[in-house]
Design a protein around this ligand. Structure first.
Ligand SMILES: Cc1ncc(COP(=O)(O)O)c(C=O)c1O
Length: 489
């Protein structure tokens, strides 16, 4: 059985938390620890052992809960190498659970005094990672990458007068948002919600925004915002941000960087290819950046982050609701966030994690990212040498996501074999993912230069966990055996 440090950590520190509230008279019994576990608790929780019929009833429900949770893929295990799922670090889980005893609401300091301050500190550290220091930015946590991107596009629309409020000149109102056809689908959906016009731009054979195609759009003169993805969802492609920044000099547009997945790779430029390294080096030039601590940042779900280079965009969030009573003059996060109630516990977990793993190049967290990256390069190399499979025609993984197709004459046969290998792997406790990708990424087709309409079902592995590096041998053994069972060779 795997050792889980979280229960031990919680029993060690929860008494410390209750001690902070020791001046209160006794409250409901279940809000207090068992006697003897908290300083001064003997007088505060008389006779409460924490056990009794109520405890047994909760335990019985939780036994059934644990059983129900067994119906999941083992996301925490290195043999889970499928979708973008990385276990939260124990320190994040423990900090989140500890905060749950208070359940702070980071809408305003009234609802979460300590956790609002922790959010401000944690977000400032993320901003520093991207090169935005000294409080010269505006940013906050969100419940997801989707909401973080929504806020960034909403601000872009408001600035260009083309948002829902529809103010601005006729020319401004026609401004479009464009992003690579490989950008997350959330951008086109969000734009529809915001009543902004969004259009995809062709991607090149490595899944990056094609600069010629982008410039053709820019020449039309009506592009207001370019969404640049650093780490696409499908294959971890890195759009050429540095060159897009150069284009901005000539055409003038906002740059929104969606680094929901790939943001933390800013910490390991030495592990990236030259093109990607140059793109990450330009990130501070963006107008807004999104990164998801709940993807690579070791956090439980419910933790996205949006940052703006110009703190002045705070004016768009202004409200004068009579419902929120601000008890201090300090910044309330509810004044710079579209979401009202937000989990203070998410900020507490992030803050604690960053205390243990500061976001520093060369630090332990950065080394963990580099391990996943090395695992991806190793898997790519083994696949490339194996005649049964085809890797991408041009280049290897840009971050830590590997995609490949089964070598078959037709896309249908390749897709069918990929499906069967995926299932044969799952029977062996190895969990991969499937993804639809343009066929011309793997073999030359007549479509190679045009929009990709012919796709093929491929296998995909997201190697996000540091342990993937040491487990690669075992992952390959199972994969090879599963492939033989399907392909007969
Ligand atoms: C690049 C990118 N942007 C945005 C999102 C959406 O983020 P969320 O799922 O946190 O809403 C994702 C999710 O995978 C993503 O990979």
């Amino acid at each position: 059985m795997a050792y889980d440090p979280v229960p031990g950590l919680l029993s060690r520190v929860s008494s410390r938390l209750w001690h902070e509230f020791a001046s209160l008279p006794d409250g409901p019994a279940h809000a207090f620890p068992a006697p003897g576990t908290a300083p001064g608790s003997a007088e505060r929780a008389p006779g409460e052992t924490g056990r009794g019929p109520e405890f047994d009833a909760m335990a019985a429900v939780l036994e059934r809960t644990a059983q129900r949770l067994g119906d999941n893929y083992p996301y925490f295990h290195p043999l889970y190498a499928g979708q973008m799922l990385k276990p939260p670090h124990p320190v994040a889980r423990a900090a989140y659970a500890l905060a749950m005893a208070i359940n702070p609401n980071n809408h305003a300091r009234d609802g979460g005094r300590a956790s609002s301050q922790m959010e401000i500190e944690a977000v400032a550290e993320i901003a520093r990672m991207f090169g935005w220091g000294d409080g010269r930015f505006l940013g906050h946590l969100t419940s997801s990458g989707t909401i973080a991107n929504l806020e960034a596009l909403w601000v872009a629309g408001e600035i260009q007068g083309s948002g829902i409020s529809g103010q601005g000149s006729e020319e401004q109102r026609r401004k479009r948002i464009v992003g690579s056809e490989q950008a997350h689908y959330t951008h086109s959906r969000i734009s529809a919600v915001l009543k902004l016009q969004y259009e995809p731009v062709r991607a090149d054979s490595r899944g990056r925004m094609d600069l010629n195609a982008l410039e053709a759009e820019l020449r039309k003169g009506d592009v207001g915002t370019v969404v640049v993805t650093l780490g696409t969802t499908g294959i971890g492609a890195v759009d050429p941000l540095d060159q897009i920044v150069e284009l901005r000099g000539g055409y003038g547009f906002r740059i929104h960087v969606d680094a929901a997945y790939g943001g933390y790779f800013k910490l390991i430029p030495e592990a990236l290819e030259e093109d990607a390294r140059r793109a990450y080096a330009a990130i501070a030039e963006a107008d807004s950046i999104v990164v998801d601590p709940h993807k690579h940042g070791l956090q439980p779900y419910g933790c996205g982050c949006v940052l703006f280079r110009d703190p002045g965009v705070g004016r768009f969030y202004k409200h004068d609701s009579p419902y929120t009573y601000f008890t201090s003059k300090e910044l309330h996060l509810g004044e710079i966030s579209l979401e009202c109630s937000r989990a203070g516990a998410a900020a507490v977990a992030l803050w604690a994690t960053q205390q243990l793993f500061p976001l520093q190049p060369g630090g332990e967290f950065a080394r963990g990212l580099a391990q996943g990256r090395r695992a991806a390069l190793e898997l790519e190399q083994v696949l490339r040498a194996d005649k049964r499979f085809e890797t991408m025609r041009v280049g290897g993984p840009q971050l830590d996501i590997v995609v490949w197709k089964v070598r078959k004459d037709s896309a249908e046969e390749a897709g069918d074999a990929a499906q069967r290998i995926f299932s044969a792997c799952a029977e062996r406790n190895l969990h991969l993912a499937l993804v639809q990708l343009p066929l011309h990424w793997f073999r030359l087709t007549q479509e190679a230069e045009g929009p990709a309409t012919q796709t093929v079902t491929c296998l995909r592995s997201v190697l996000m966990k540091p342990e993937h590096e040491t487990w690669m041998g075992r992952i390959w053994e199972r994969y090879d055996e599963a492939s033989r069972s399907v392909l007969g060779k």
